[in-house]
Design a protein around this ligand. Structure first.
Ligand SMILES: [Fe+2]
Length: 455
């Protein structure tokens, strides 16, 4: 299992945790935004009303004397200045007790009768100042009305109407600022939640990777313990368990290796016993091993391949351990059933070697060393390149050693005769190219007086 597959579930946990935190943040931010907006709205409305009330009261306090002294020009000047002071003020006028508009910010309406518009009364102060909300086609108005008195005698009222559009603008501006702040907080919250979930899931993630690596036999180093909490204790327990399992695996592996070595040694002894059972084949396996090594070197095999080839040669007739003495040691020629049983030594050898994993690699040479290049050999009738190279090499060396050894039913051939026979069997029993290389090697050996194989 790759690390990618192991970590996939943790990505899902992180995504879930992030989504959860994100939802929490969004709902919290939304709730706080709404509450803050409502508070800000109320404050802005109060500010607007307060300002309008101040203007109305200020005007009313001076308007009393002006009305008594019939100084309407002075009043007109005051109303004009107040109206000009703020674009939010829609109308400002002074009305007498009879309901006639005496002074109006819009001079054309001076003298008109005052027709109060029905609205929702928001509050009424002790001095009689009222604040009403008047619905309008777009945003509506806030109307403030303050009674004018002079020496406690009522004379009329100051009326000021403020456009709520300004209030809406102020609200929008405030809302944008609040949303910008909360948007930033939201982003910071998301980033924090990603970091936090990554930090929280890191020890669990590493623990999971550790468990999988331990299962696959890859874990060697202990995991890092990040904290002394429950997770930290779990990691420590995991590290103890890993150390124990690793030690036990090493011990088991050592035992298995010892067992394999013991089995290999036993099979070597068996090969020697086979040779020893039959005086005619005494030392046969060792001689074949020597010849195959020389041919292997000639073919350019590397040291590891040569070592395998040598051991395969020692084992090549190990299956003969199952052949009864009556057949193996028979002085005369074998009859057909006996020949058939003798031929089975390749299959018996395969069975013996298949008992140990480390010996499996020698099976091709052992099973197929009696296959013929033309497909008429045994046990599987393999032909041409289908015959494993090791088996083809062993076949040449095995046959040559048999030809140059005395048998109960025939005398040994001399080197030249055996080499001629090998050459004659090229393309029939042997791979032609290998046979030529082998004969060249034998001729070179024969020419060297230090080498007298098979004699
Ligand atoms: Fe054999």
């Amino acid at each position: 299992m790759t690390n990618e597959n192991i970590l996939a579930p943790f990505r899902k946990i992180r995504v879930k945790a992030c989504l959860f935190v994100l939802l929490l943040l969004i709902s919290t931010t939304l709730a706080f935004s709404l509450i803050t907006l409502r508070i800000m709205n109320r404050r802005i409305l109060n500010e607007v009303i307060k300002r309008a009330e101040t203007l109305c009261r200020g005007t009313a306090s001076t308007a009393g004397y002006s009305l008594i002294s019939q100084d309407l020009l002075g009043l007109d000047n005051i109303v004009y200045r107040i109206k000009a002071s703020s674009p939010d003020i829609v109308d400002m006028f002074i009305v007498n007790l009879e309901g006639e508009i005496l002074v109006h910010s819009d001079t054309k309406r001076t003298g008109e009768p005052f027709r109060p518009t029905a609205g929702e009364l928001l509050r009424k102060a002790e001095d009689g100042t009222t604040v009403s909300e008047i619905p309008g086609p777009v945003h509506g108005l806030i109307e403030v009305r303050t009674p004018i008195t002079f020496l406690e005698k009522p004379l009329g009222s100051v009326v000021l109407a403020v456009n709520k559009a300004a209030l809406v603008e102020a609200r929008k501006e405030t809302r944008d600022k609040i949303l910008a702040v909360f948007g930033f907080l939201l982003l910071a919250g998301v980033a924090s939640s990603v970091l936090l979930t990554s930090f929280l899931t890191k020890p669990v993630r590493e623990l999971s990777v550790g468990v999988t690596e331990l299962k696959d036999g890859k874990r060697r180093r202990p995991l890092r313990v990040y904290s002394q909490d429950e997770l930290g204790r779990l990691t420590e327990s995991f590290n103890d368990m890993t150390a124990l399992i690793t030690t036990q695996k090493e011990t088991l592996s050592r035992y298995a290796q010892d067992l394999e070595e013991a089995y290999v040694s036993t099979v070597r002894v068996l090969a020697a016993v086979i040779d020893a059972r039959d005086n005619y084949t005494l030392g046969h396996s060792t001689r074949v091993a020597q010849l195959t090594l020389e041919l292997g070197r000639e073919l350019g095999l590397d040291p590891a391949q040569l070592e395998d080839l040598e051991i395969a040669c020692l084992f090549h007739d190990v299956g003969k351990i199952k052949i009864p003495d009556s057949i193996l040691l028979k002085k005369g020629k074998l009859d057909t059933p006996e020949k058939r049983e003798m031929m089975r030594h390749t299959e018996y050898g395969t069975e013996i070697l298949s008992k140990a994993r480390s010996l499996l690699k020698y099976i091709p040479a052992v099973r197929h060393h009696h296959e013929w290049y033309d497909g008429t050999g045994y046990p599987d009738g393999l032909s041409g390149n289908k015959i494993p190279l090791a088996a083809a090499i062993v076949s040449l060396a095995d046959t040559y050693d048999a030809m140059t050894s005395d048998r109960p039913y025939r005398d040994a051939l001399n080197n030249e005769e055996a080499q001629a026979e090998i050459a004659g069997l090229a393309g029939k029993q042997f791979d032609p190219e290998l046979a030529v290389r082998f004969v060249v090697l034998l001729k070179r050996k024969t020419a060297d007086p230090a080498n007298k194989p098979g004699e």
